[in-house]
Design a protein around this ligand. Structure first.
Ligand SMILES: Nc1ncnc2c1ncn2[C@@H]1O[C@H](COP(=O)(O)OP(=O)(O)O)[C@@H](O)[C@H]1O
Ligand SMILES: [Mg+2]
Length: 261
């Protein structure tokens, strides 16, 4: 398998204006993600997982390092390459509610990326929206409704649909089930597994919950204070953790039972 994403010596620094201090949220991380795999980034709150996600999706600018997507450094994209990037890499957030405009109907929320990034006909957009909703287990009955009219699980399905609407090959999912009840978590995790297969997706799955990671991921990277301290295939990480920190993390994670649908 070849690498779809290569991260080299990535450093992301947050500067505070208050006392002139700075924090290395990501401190010299290098990792590769293979085409078609689910790579999980695990670690406690504050270790830099979301910063990694935001840097890969260009929401945050790193201090230094390289992020090669399909061999091209996204930090030195040309205008044309930058324009293409949203149709290649998309993100699903922990709390979709905060990333939805509450005044927009679901139909408009799903249409917006198509309006901005494509010149498809009205009918083509409609059929993409219908197909994508179908893929996430919803029907076009949702189009006229507003975000607040849905449960957390349904909203996360809508967020996944929006992320998939431009048919990206790479999905960054940042704690996509952490805000959901356990039973709903299992549904969304199984949905992501199905979508990955159906659409040949590569997924960077970020979670502090190792049970979810164990169920879903092919490989796991463990972060600690901005560093990637251990990385291995999922079976090895869970059965033969090398670092003491990974062992502690494994021992302290609560049990979640996820069953196949
Ligand atoms: N916008 C920001 N400004 C300043 N510090 C931030 C910002 N976002 C995150 N941080 C800090 O960077 C570190 C890593 O945060 P984050 O990437 O959100 O970690 P995680 O997702 O693993 O919880 C934390 O110490 C956090 O407080
Ligand atoms: Mg986070």
């Amino acid at each position: 398998m070849d690498n779809i994403l290569e991260i080299q010596n990535l450093i992301v620094e947050y500067k505070s204006n208050k006392n002139n201090s700075s924090l290395l949220a990501v401190n010299d991380v290098s990792l590769n993600i293979k085409r078609g795999e689910i790579y999980a980034l695990a670690g406690e709150s504050g270790c830099g997982k979301s910063t990694m996600a935001k840097t890969i999706t260009k929401l945050v600018q790193p201090k230094s390092g390289k992020i090669l997507y399909e061999g091209k450094n996204i930090l030195t994209h040309t205008k044309e390459e930058a324009k293409m990037y949203p149709s290649q890499v998309q993100m699903v957030f922990q709390n979709p509610y905060s990333s939805f405009n509450p005044k927009m109907k679901i139909g408009d929320i799903l249409k917006e990326p198509l309006d901005i990034n494509t010149s498809y006909s009205k009918n083509a957009k409609k059929s993409i929206i219908r197909d994508t909703l179908n893929d996430v287990g919803l029907t076009d009955k949702v189009l006229e409704l507003y975000p607040h009219e849905f449960s957390g699980g349904q909203r996360q399905r809508i967020a996944i649909a929006r992320a998939l609407i431009l048919n990206p090959q790479f999905l960054v999912a940042d704690e996509p089930v952490s805000a959901l009840d356990a039973s709903i978590q299992a549904q969304i995790i199984n949905l992501m597994k199905d979508l990955k297969k159906q659409r040949d997706l590569t997924i960077l799955f970020i979670s502090h919950d190792l049970n979810v990671v164990r169920y879903l991921a092919d490989r796991v990277g463990v972060m600690y204070f901005g560093k990637l301290i251990e990385e291995n295939d999922t079976i090895s990480i869970f059965n033969f953790p090398k670092k003491d920190y990974t062992k502690t993390l494994l021992e302290s994670s609560p049990k979640l039972v996820v069953t196949e649908q």
